[in-house]
Design a protein around this ligand. Structure first.
Ligand code: PSU
Ligand code: MN
Length: 303
């Protein structure tokens, strides 16, 4: 049921580096046309590094790994492609429908395809007030299950980050900070929380991942790297925007899978595009690290 593009399938067969990308950030994470431009640019940047991009989506009931430019455009323009998490994938397949894959479902499909590195913006996690709403992203479940490195700028600062890190610990997901001692908070470099391991060399991160693989430990690894200093948002302004939006969420009864897209698009509006720019900058920064990890993974047997 997997449909790998020719480019992705030969790269994997020849042990050349491949990086997976998700489609929810295209369909729901950014406004059009920035989303289309970003999707195309990310793929081009990877190719410049000698890495094959594998954007993942469910299209017409097929699990697509590696999209054409028309398919990227369709995802960006449509406006009506639902967000597809783990539980949606089999249903979309059977019904022949489209879905934009989240971190969770992109990890799952990357794992099935044999892709070891996945670059995103920020992982989902435990939402604030989760003790009332039980809103915990399926991204955490996927991180406990699928053998993929997930490169991110931490978790969105809209989440409850201490709780998110606690769940990652409980479920045995390793978290590594790349060139940082602090767990990054997406638009902000420092969440005030520490990572247990800072590793400054991509090859060493890959060595840790390969050790996990060889020991047969299930699940992924979070590789967190902060947004570049020059692109970071101002903490106080950001928190003021966020407080306002969280109030709107409550007043309007936004729940479940609508929460993340709602918050992101309101942030983009209120900040007049500032959060879009920061989001683009951090994804590109994550991409550089992802390319280095994919190359290191192919280069040598680490253990
Ligand atoms: N972070 C972003 N933009 C996004 C998302 C995360 O900066 O669009 C998406 C990812 O696809 C992530 C999903 O997997 O939101 C998490 O949604 P939820 O909390 O409903 O699981
Ligand atoms: Mn949720």
């Amino acid at each position: 049921m997997l449909r790998l593009s020719q480019e992705v399938s030969s790269a994997l067969a020849e042990n050349r580096p491949v990086v997976a990308l998700e489609s929810t950030i295209i369909a729901h994470g950014f406004p059009y046309p920035e989303n289309y431009e970003l999707a195309v640019e990310l793929e081009a940047l990877l190719r410049e590094e000698g890495v094959v991009p594998a954007t993942i989506a469910v299209l017409g009931g097929e699990l697509k790994v590696g999209l054409s430019e028309q398919e990227l455009r369709y995802l960006a323009e449509s406006g009506s492609i639902p967000k597809a998490s783990l539980r949606d994938v089999p249903i979309l397949l059977a019904l022949g429908l489209d879905g934009a894959t989240t971190v969770a479902s992109t990890m799952q499909i990357a794992h099935w395809a044999g892709i070891k590195v996945f670059v995103t913006g920020g992982i989902g996690g435990v939402h604030r007030a989760a003790e009332q709403t039980f809103d915990v992203s399926a991204d955490l479940k996927a991180l406990a299950t699928y053998n993929v490195m997930v490169v991110c700028a931490g978790a969105k600062s809209v989440l409850d980050l201490p709780k998110t890190l606690e769940v990652l610990e409980s479920q045995g997901t390793s978290v590594v900070g790349y060139q940082t001692d602090s767990f990054p908070a997406f638009y902000l470099r420092d969440s005030g929380l520490k990572v247990d391991y800072r590793v400054d060399d991509p090859a060493r991160i890959v060595r840790a991942f390969k050790a996990k693989e060889q020991l047969g430990i299930p699940g992924g690894m979070v590789v967190a790297t902060p947004i570049p200093e020059e692109d970071e948002l101002d903490t106080e302004r950001f928190n003021a925007w966020l407080d306002q939006i969280l109030k709107e969420c409550e007043e309007q009864g936004i729940m479940g899978k609508d929460v993340t897209p709602f918050i992101l698009s309101r942030l983009h509006q209120i900040s007049q595009g500032e959060t879009v720019q920061a989001n683009i900058a951090l994804v590109k920064n994550n991409l550089k690290l992802g390319a280095a990890l994919a190359q290191a993974y192919c280069r040598e047997d680490m253990l």
